[in-house]
Design a binder for this molecule. Structure first.
Ligand code: ADP
Ligand code: MG
Length: 486
């Protein structure tokens, strides 16, 4: 009797036990952490006193076993006393749902790409354009007409600030009431990585998600549009192509500049465009320039494109970059010190995609090694990105940045004033000039109101000393140094 006891305990409801364990884990670690790391654990096998669970990647396996291995074992034991060991393995056959886990972004030399901490809902093709005609076209899957939408690109996930508030408002408006007079077509333009695609997807999500009166939306890049068109010509199905395209309520074409020089495709797009607008259907287009600046696009098309609402996404400001970083860090559930966010927002000014990539890498690194994010680790982890953003720094720039930082006048860098509030920042600037440029002490002295080289020497040793004594001051100087380092 006694020997069969374990079987009696374990057989009845392994699945139920597992469900309870997952529930407890989730309650234990919180929703975000659970979704990020634990959701994909699958119960694989029970062999004697050993339970086997699997994860889809080696990275996830290592991470889960080092961070949650003991807890998992304890939970299993309390659910099912016959289990003594938990084997955590890499198991095949699970869909790769979480790019964060399956990419290898932790090698510093790896290019920064979309690292999604929050496992996205699987991308879903937009609705309403599924017709048998498209499915018959075997040269391409149906989803090619309407490209899948990125689950992260929603209005909720879009951080609004001065540079993009107008474009955002227009996008919102179109999503609420498509084909309103004055908003058709909606033309969004701006530089790379400023949120055009994000806003377009947001509109599409909103429209296709509506419960009452959902509309059919086709979103695709201009490149895809051309590709479809050419494929249709080749397979002699242009009629179908046209009909299908003309049957949608909302047509969205991303990166229209791609059609420059592609005259036939432009022509086709122009006719589709006119047809849809005449039928009271909404068009949304994005491009890197305003309609009037899209040289190489046919004049009549440019004119029509500019007829509705034209909204541009301006380059980000420091404030917007900070807000975006804050929002994304909060969403990732990782505590990133304000100093690090400020540093990133200062350093990576080109576009949001890069900013996001840098933050994602930091977050992933913090999770992987279980270390908090600091300026130090930031520098380490983002070494390659930061280098790309570096440039030669001049004494003038140092003076300017330091003056800004301490809110003193630039002229005080060379003035004779000796009040501490002015003298200390001046010393910091001298110290940084010594650290970051190849100028000699006399040269540096001259730039600071013709001071003697011994003054510079004194400043350097004073700042060094203070940095050793005062952690906050040291961090401050360190931040400044990293902002300007070449
Ligand atoms: P574009 O199409 O203009 O080149 P994207 O829309 O692809 O740029 O944006 C690049 C990345 O930056 C995306 O991951 C997007 O989510 C993000 N992004 C851009 N602007 C914002 C914003 N205002 N708030 C949140 N994320 C943003
Ligand atoms: Mg884009």
């Amino acid at each position: 009797m006694a020997t069969t006891e374990p079987e009696i305990v374990e057989m009845p409801d392994l699945a139920g036990q597992w469900t309870r364990i997952k529930g407890r884990l989730q309650a234990d670690v919180g929703e975000v952490e659970y979704r990020t790391w634990l959701r994909q654990i699958t119960l694989a096998d029970l062999d004697g006193d050993e339970i086997t669970v699997t994860l889809p990647t080696r990275f996830l396996r290592d991470w889960v076993s080092s961070r949650y291995g003991d807890r998992l074992r304890a939970m299993w034991q309390s659910e099912n006393p016959s289990i003594r060991r938990v084997d955590i393995r890499v198991g095949a056959g699970l869909p790769r749902q979480t790019p964060l886990m399956t990419e290898t972004p932790f090698v510093p030399s790896h290019p920064v790409e979309d690292l999604r901490r929050e496992p996205p809902v699987p991308a879903r093709p937009v609705v309403g354009v599924a017709t048998p005609a498209w499915q018959d076209d075997r040269s391409e899957p149906r989803s090619d007409l309407a490209a899948p939408l990125d689950a992260r690109f929603t209005f909720e996930g879009f951080v609004v600030g001065k540079p993009n508030e107008f474009a955002y408002a227009c996008a919102r408006r179109v999503a609420e009431r498509p084909s309103s007079p004055g908003f058709n077509p909606l033309f969004l333009y701006g530089g790379v990585g400023l949120g055009k695609t994000h806003l377009m997807h947001s509109i599409a999500w909103e429209l296709t998600d509506r419960t009452n009166n959902p509309v059919s939306v086709a979103y695709m890049s201009a490149e895809k549009f051309m590709y479809r068109f050419i494929a249709a010509i080749r397979s002699q199905s242009t009629m179908e192509f046209k009909e299908n395209l003309r049957s949608v309520d909302v047509l969205m074409i991303d990166d229209l500049q791609f059609l420059i020089g592609k005259d036939n495709t432009q022509e086709e797009f122009f006719h589709t465009f006119n047809y849809l607008v005449e039928q009271g259907k909404q068009i949304v287009v994005s491009a890197d320039k305003s309609p009037s600046d899209l040289n190489g696009l046919e004049q009549r098309l440019r004119t029509r494109l500019g007829c509705g609402m034209v909204a541009d996404l301006h380059s980000t400001t420091y404030e917007l970059r900070i807000s975006i970083l804050e929002a994304k860090a909060a969403r990732a559930g990782v505590d990133v010190p304000a100093k690090v966010l400020e540093f990133l927002a200062h350093k990576i000014t080109s576009n949001v995609r890069e900013l996001e990539g840098a933050l994602n890498r930091l977050v992933a690194h913090a999770n992987l090694f279980g270390r908090p994010v600091t300026l130090e680790t930031t520098h380490e982890v983002l070494h390659d990105i930061l280098k790309a953003h570096d440039r030669r720094v001049t004494i003038e720039e140092i003076q300017k940045k330091v003056a800004e930082h301490y809110s003193i006048r630039l002229t005080d860098m060379s003035s004779a004033r000796r009040a501490r509030a002015v003298a200390r920042p001046r010393q910091v600037a001298m110290y940084l000039a010594k650290q970051l440029t190849s100028r000699s002490l006399p040269e540096i002295g001259r730039k600071f109101g013709n001071r003697d080289h011994t003054t510079v020497m004194h400043a350097v040793s004073r700042v060094t000393e203070l940095m050793e004594r005062d952690g906050t001051f040291a961090e401050d100087v360190e931040l400044l140094r990293r902002l300007m380092e070449s």
